[in-house]
Design a protein around this ligand. Sequence first.
Ligand code: AMP
Ligand code: ZN
Length: 137
Amino acid sequence: MNEDCIFCRIREGALPAHKVYEDESSLAFMDTSPVSEGHVLVITKDHYENIFEATPESLAAVSNTVAKIAKGIRVVFSPDGLTVAQLNGSAAGQTVFHYHTHLIPRRDGDPMDLHARGQAEPDKLAEIAAKISGALD
Ligand code: AMP
Ligand code: ZN
């Protein structure tokens, strides 16, 4: 646990999040500044800063959860495409230094943004989280 890390604090329940799914080693929740409706983050439960620190087991857990959530997003939103992105280091655009992967549903013609400015309405995020969660195998 890294006290200064917002994702560790979410994992501990010390900060709120709209959780979609969790298993022993990974946790999925809504991005509060979504690039598109249905933007989900999947994190390792343990604190690793990036892909270079994360263990093979934790990377595998995130990967399996990403595939599970991707199918749920497809059921709920039927997007034209789905970006799966993982950033390492500020030069790559990483802003939260706890290993995570983005799932961003895309419509044809959407800009290929990885970050958004505005925050989504919490009620809306709760509704989407419940929908995706309910669509998981
Ligand atoms: P990255 O730039 O890949 O490190 O992505 C960090 C992501 O975390 C951004 O898309 C932020 O919108 C998102 N984010 C930051 N704080 C929170 C939070 N408290 N709950 C959910 N998502 C967050
Ligand atoms: Zn952390």
